[in-house]
Design a protein around this ligand. Structure first.
Ligand code: SF4
Length: 421
């Protein structure tokens, strides 16, 4: 395979055998060839296994689940039966891949990113030598193409469809801005939001397709805006009530647990969400699982300080997404570039808010790397899986929040946190 490989090298991965990927009810797709191959293996020692470990749905074959939603092949010791008895290579492709996401794009390029909701990526994993991983990624890409039968693709927006290489140039331009370490993250994020809004205006959108010096122009735009944005953020007024409701809604989207959603659980969740939106409920029914309401969220952000190294994992995640472009197109719920980017940009204040809750719970009000890591595990989990992000209402919520001073006010709260060495 000859496609160019896009993968952020400075990432960590190494299974910590936590079993999270196999016991939380996510549907695990398998090919009919895998169904045949695994069904022919000898599992006699495991008499409790059902006659068929696979189920067919309208969308294809999936691994069966146990009554408690754990994978049918997950043993009582938390290990995979297929892996234990027949080795890693015998497992379905979806299991061998995790927490890696691999895509082959329509221009032949290959991209890979890591799922930051996996503790192997955010926690105790070890660095894989990239040279070794590159071969694995290419082999996975070839296998995936056989499995999916189509390449990944993305549009910039509903109206604009540049080729993949052009989209990568635009993603690189955002990367140059967001990784510019000499300026506080909140100002970088504010500049990226401005750039995104600028190109959402029809008369400016031709830059996306044509501007020869897009990277240089956007970086110059960023440098020119720093002073203005710093004043805007520092002087931002309180968030408007309707925007506050939108922000609560987005927090809920990121924290909503889709994996075990059943029809009987759906209605109480809708009521719980509505209560939280109007300021009465808490985030107890979400993946955060804390009795914290919206007011307490803001209070925690206001009171917390931040260790200098705390956001490192978030920026590793961000680089990984920007290099691979796995925030848009078929890799990410089919989102167009501009909406996928908008979700990435709103993820920063949400991660800081959640990390603040975790620090406030300890009563030391000092955000450390573990708080950001644990917040990111939740946020990335939601972003990768919740269909809520495809909804028009969710897209409109994030877009509205970015306009005007409301995003600036969220940035002001985050910027207010003193950074300590
Ligand atoms: S087949 Fe094995 S690795 Fe895959 S989900 Fe089931 S237990 Fe986990």
């Amino acid at each position: 395979m000859s496609g160019k490989l896009h993968f952020y090298r400075k990432q960590f991965s190494g299974c910590v055998s936590c079993g999270k990927c196999c016991d939380c009810g996510w549907p695990v797709p398998v090919t009919s060839e895998e169904v045949r191959r695994i069904s022919s293996l000898d599992f006699q020692e495991w008499s409790a296994l059902p006659r068929s470990c696979f189920k067919r749905t309208l969308r294809g074959w999936y691994l069966r689940k146990q009554a408690d939603k754990r994978c049918v092949f997950l043993d009582s010791d938390g290990l995979c039966i297929i892996h234990k008895k027949f080795g890693f290579s015998a497992k379905p492709l979806a299991c061998r891949l995790y927490p890696l996401d691999v895509y082959r794009w329509r221009d032949g390029s290959i991209s890979a990113s890591l799922r930051y909701d996996c503790p192997a990526v955010t926690g105790a994993g070890r660095m894989e030598p990239f040279g070794k991983l590159a071969g694995t990624i290419e082999a996975f890409a070839a296998e995936l193409f056989r499995y999916r039968g189509r390449d990944a693709d993305a549009a910039y927006s509903r109206r604009i469809h540049p080729d993949v290489a052009r989209l990568r140039r635009i993603a690189d331009s955002y990367r140059n801005i967001l990784m510019y370490e000499h300026i506080a993250p909140e100002i970088r994020f504010s500049a990226a939001v401005r750039l995104l809004l600028f190109h959402s205006i029809r008369k400016n959108s031709s830059d996306i397709l044509e501007a020869e010096e897009f990277e240089a122009d956007s970086f110059a735009f960023f440098k020119r805006s720093i002073e203005h944005l710093t004043v805007l953020v520092e002087e931002a007024e309180k968030i408007r009530h309707d925007q506050l409701v939108r922000f609560r809604y987005l927090i809920w989207c990121f924290l909503r647990d889709d994996s075990r959603a059943t029809w009987s659980a759906h209605l109480p969740m809708v009521f719980a969400a509505l209560r939280f939106l109007i300021g009465r409920g808490t985030l107890k029914p979400t993946l955060l699982n804390r009795e914290v309401n919206a007011e307490a969220l803001f209070h925690a952000v206001w009171k917390c300080r931040r260790k200098k190294e705390a956001p490192e994992v978030f920026f590793r995640f961000l680089q990984g997404r920007l290099v691979s472009m796995h925030f848009c197109g078929s890799p990410a719920l089919g989102l167009p570039f501009e909406y996928g980017m908008a979700y990435l940009l709103i993820a920063w204040p949400i991660v800081i808010f959640l990390a603040s809750v975790l620090a406030a719970e300890r009563k030391d009000f000092l955000i450390g790397p573990d708080d950001v890591r644990n917040a990111l595990i939740l946020v990335d989990h939601g972003f990768l899986r919740s269909r809520l992000f495809c909804r028009r209402s969710t897209k409109a919520a994030v877009w509205n929040l970015m306009k005007g001073e409301d995003y600036a006010f969220l940035m002001k709260l985050c910027l207010h946190q003193k950074v300590v060495s």
